[in-house]
Design a protein around this ligand. Structure first.
Ligand SMILES: Nc1ncnc2c1ncn2[C@@H]1O[C@H](COP(=O)(O)OP(=O)(O)OP(=O)(O)O)[C@@H](O)[C@H]1O
Ligand SMILES: Cc1ncc(CO)c(N)n1
Length: 435
């Protein structure tokens, strides 16, 4: 018996860029990022670099006819919803791409790649001037601070300078410019989007890391993918920057140099929702089985599980209506649902700022009796500051945090762990040590 085919027709995007044998940047980053957005990624390779997390060892530019043939092969066949360009290597390639884009009606994102994060050049210096023609074709151009200086002569040191850069690029003919602040010495990262209508600054906390290899390629590809999906420019930029936050914080620790951004972090995280909810159910079942009623607070107990790269309450699973005492033991008042807890979930998210391996938390009753049982824990216990998670103790992540009673609020003990077994073990250890 033959089966009926069930095809999927995703939007298509084209990346015109260089290959990074190290897998973190270039075409490899672009394809992973576009596919993570459910956009079918096609590619035209301009140059093959011998590259890893430590540097670029070599670069071979493909014959111009081969680059032209790849672009032609893709655009003559697919309904290309957006084009993104990256490493173009030479004036000749920049010129070819400018010519090709003149015949293309869809949105274009031009990432004017000049130098790799490791400091190696990816564009011959003579080609810098050729970019003007290409920028004139751009829906969006995405320079970092160094590229902004080369393209406009302005050295952006803050968001006001970045706006000047963007305005000049829009005057050159780009519909919009996103001037990136990843390299600027500001505490928060500020990316400034300038369009014909004005400027918008997107601000987010800087992640303390060197592992940003591929960040520029990934951001430009995420924007192109969203444009291919039909999003408007400002929403596409905002969504892509949210996507970047997770890709940068939960970066890939691969190779011997600084690692790369994690293009698939969000996709992988979504795949972990069901196992995370199942883990919370397993923990709750054990607590019911063991009858830990002596640890249930007046307001009820909650068990929360965060997906591996959870960034918001909606990415944490918890018991709806909490767990309360009954005549015979304890019982959950509802099923496990994402976004069901706010307090314990926010506490777990704050704990994950200190140690992102922490995935599970439970809120327990706290009084002198429980305090007397804390010696049973295998790791330090700390006092909460401002409702948040405490600090490490001698380099060790705490196992629990005490929140003392405040007017109108019951004291609680919150136990945390990287896996369900440890959370169960820690909670039962305290429970069993109660008089
Ligand atoms: N340390 C960081 N913390 C938070 N976000 C970051 C950080 N570094 C980069 N980003 C995000 O990634 C985006 C692109 O990074 P950056 O400005 O470094 O681009 P780039 O220099 O073109 O990248 P590349 O290193 O791939 O050449 C930034 O606009 C910012 O949103
Ligand atoms: C091939 C390639 N394109 C772009 C970058 C920029 O990060 C890189 N390092 N390598």
């Amino acid at each position: 018996m033959s089966r009926r085919v069930a095809p999927h027709a995703p939007p298509v995007a084209l990346s015109i860029a260089g290959s990074d044998s190290g897998g973190g940047a270039g075409i490899q980053a672009d394809i992973k990022t576009m596919e993570a957005h459910d956009v079918f990624a096609t590619s035209a390779i301009t140059a093959v670099t011998a590259q890893n997390t430590q540097g670029v060892a070599g670069s071979h530019v493909l014959p111009i006819g081969e680059i032209d043939a790849q672009i032609e092969a893709v655009t003559s066949d697919f309904d290309v919803g957006a084009i993104k360009t990256g490493m173009l290597a030479t004036s000749e390639v920049v010129g070819l791409v400018a010519e090709k884009l003149a015949d293309y009606d869809g949105p274009t994102v031009i990432d004017p790649v000049m130098v790799a994060a490791t400091g190696d050049r990816l564009l011959e210096p003579e080609a810098e001037a050729a970019y003007e023609a290409l920028i004139g074709q751009a829906t969006l151009v995405t320079p970092n601070a160094d590229e902004a200086r080369v393209l406009t002569g302005i050295n952006p040191e803050d968001a006001a300078d970045a706006r000047d850069v963007g305005e000049q690029l829009v005057e050159t003919g780009a519909e919009a410019a996103l001037v990136k602040g990843g390299h600027l010495p500001t505490e928060d990262v500020k990316d400034v989007l300038v369009t014909g209508e004005g400027a918008t600054t997107f601000e987010h906390a800087r992640v303390d890391t060197e592992a940003t290899h591929g960040s520029g390629c990934t951001l430009a590809s995420a924007i192109a993918a969203r444009l291919a999906r039909g999003e408007a420019l400002e929403g596409a930029v905002e969504g892509a920057l949210d996507f970047m936050e997770r890709a940068v914080r939960y970066s890939l620790d691969v190779g011997q140099g600084p690692g790369a951004v994690h293009h698939l972090a969000e996709l992988r995280d979504r795949a972990e929702r069901e196992p995370t909810a199942e883990d919370v159910e397993e923990i709750v079942d054990r607590f019911v089985e063991e009858g830990v009623s002596a640890l249930v607070p007046e307001v009820g107990m909650n068990v929360v599980g965060a997906t591996p790269s959870a960034e918001s309450v909606s990415e944490t699973a918890a018991v709806e209506g909490r767990i309360t005492r009954t005549m015979t033991g304890i019982s959950p008042n509802g099923g496990v649902r994402f976004g069901a807890s706010s307090h314990v979930a926010r506490f777990l998210l704050s704990a994950r700022e200190l140690d992102s391996d922490l995935r599970y938390a439970v809120s327990c009753r706290f009084d002198d009796e429980v305090e007397g049982a804390l010696g049973a824990l295998d790791a330090p216990v700390v006092e909460a500051g401002d409702g948040g998670f405490g600090d490490e103790v001698d380099g060790e992540t705490p196992a629990a945090v005490i929140e003392r009673a405040e007017t109108g609020r019951e004291a609680t003990l919150r136990i945390v762990a990287p896996d369900p077994e440890t959370l169960i073990g820690r909670t039962l250890a305290v429970h069993d040590a109660l008089d």
